[in-house]
Write a protein that binds this ligand. Sequence first.
Ligand code: SF4
Length: 100
Amino acid sequence: MTVQQEAAGGEALEVWIDQDLCTGDGICAQYAPEVFELDIDGLAYVKGADEELLQAPGASVPVPLPLLADVVDSARECPGECIHVRRVSDRVEVYGPDAE
Ligand code: SF4
């Protein structure tokens, strides 16, 4: 188990992006292209299972466990501080600007 998985307590996590704060630098899409992608508006979005970018504000996708470290690194490095990783069970943020 990685450090990130232990911190998450083995719980299912999901991730969403606050596009209002996204700078469009694309760091997240470099770290975890399976989860994040820039759209033609220059902002990053999370990707659904069918590779569709989810445009609805606050839309979230599950974080696949093998990609957790990449997603957490994205949240840590995100210049806009707008990548939020939370537990599915109680929606408490575990990585991102609102994490304790
Ligand atoms: S790293 Fe953050 S600011 Fe940069 S494109 Fe991704 S969500 Fe936007």
